[in-house]
Design a protein around this ligand. Structure first.
Ligand SMILES: C[S@@+](CC[C@H](N)C(=O)[O-])C[C@H]1O[C@@H](n2cnc3c(N)ncnc32)[C@H](O)[C@@H]1O
Length: 318
């Protein structure tokens, strides 16, 4: 690719990202617009990938969080930390974990609980913030549930049935498998996860920090691996006397048809002899929300439970 073509493509990505940030992150929208024509990008970005702006801004955010840069002078950060930033952009995949999705997940889990302790297996948990959902407090129009330092609330457009909030659950085991897990019990892992939150989304950052503290208290088991490949082995390892609940949010959408089929086959096979439930998010083209489905084996019965905003800001119980 010629230098001119490289610059044009990169410029396009920054301008497109500016549009996506518009209204949600004024800071990132304006930075992306300014950076689109910044010649320093040639040194900082080696391939004109669509997520280069997110990677670069996360790198700068990381430096801000450790006190080595300031949002008031991003130019200085680009000059003084060029080596760190170009490595960050080249090597660091965008990695996020949205704890607000627990607010949508909780009523779904309560609705499928059969009274036994839960054996949780999350596919694509990132840092595992949604694996410790039972340690957060929740508020809905129709009720409240749980106790904890982090209180999750949202806009319940059609609230879950109030009787759900009388359901008591215990968790026997919590496991997650991710190809790129983040260990927030380390300072670097915690900073890395924070760095991918848009820096002027203070509420989101505060929620994330609070959830990180909860995870740090007693972290879930995070397994590094590909869940399409490793699921049969994980499903064969059952916690005696517990109800197996497998779930995922914002992860299987990245699978191709073949991988999706392999995942379904593994669940179907494991659920033939001993029941299990799979909670999964699906989004249709053009929609800006997920539909959460509960599939229960051995029957294979599928139920649409709710719709919720991609980040869990609102929900509509079905
Ligand atoms: C957009 S993030 C969502 C993280 C988290 N579930 C949430 O809702 O905040 C998608 C996650 O799925 C993981 N992932 C995607 N495909 C995977 C696979 N085949 N095996 C393991 N992890 C995978 C990614 O590494 C990433 O952590």
């Amino acid at each position: 690719m010629s230098t001119k073509q490289f610059r044009l493509e990169l410029r396009e990505h920054f301008l497109r990202q500016a549009g996506w940030c518009e209204g949600r992150s004024p800071l990132y929208a304006s930075l992306c617009r300014r950076l689109a024509d910044d010649p320093r990008l040639d040194r900082l970005v080696r391939s004109p990938r669509w997520d280069a702006p997110l990677r670069l801004l996360a790198g700068v955010h990381y430096l801000v969080l450790v006190g080595e840069a300031s949002w008031d002078d991003v130019g200085a950060a680009l000059d003084e930390h060029a080596a760190f930033l170009s490595r960050f952009v080249a090597e660091q995949d965008v990695q996020t974990n949205e704890v607000q999705r627990s607010w949508a997940l909780l009523p779904a889990i309560l609705s499928i609980s059969d009274g036994r302790p839960l054996d949780l297996l999350e596919l694509g948990p990132a840092a595992g913030l949604n694996l410790v959902w039972d340690r957060y407090a929740y508020r809905y129009v129709s009720g409240a549930w749980g106790d904890g330092p982090l209180v999750l609330a949202g806009d319940d457009r059609v609230p879950p049935p109030p009787e759900l909030f009388g359901v008591d659950v215990t968790v026997a085991r919590r496991r997650g498998i991710d190809r790129n897990p983040i260990d927030v019990t380390t300072d670097d892992g915690s900073l890395l996860l924070q760095s991918f939150v848009w820096a002027d989304q203070q509420e989101r950052l505060a929620r994330l920090r609070s959830a990180i503290d909860v995870v740090r208290d007693s972290p879930p088991e995070l397994i590094r691996g590909d869940y399409v490949r490793d699921l049969p082995g994980l499903l064969a390892d059952r916690e005696e006397g517990a109800q197996l609940v497998v779930y995922e949010t914002a992860s299987t959408q990245y699978l191709d048809r073949e991988q999706r089929a392999a995942l379904q086959a593994a669940l179907h096979h494991a659920g033939r002899d001993e029941a299990l439930t799979f909670l999964t998010t699906r989004s249709n083209a053009g929609e800006d929300f997920y539909t959460l489905e509960a599939i229960t084996w051995p029957s294979g019965e599928r139920r649409e439970v709710e719709e919720f905003d991609f980040h869990g800001a609102w929900l509509r119980w079905l």
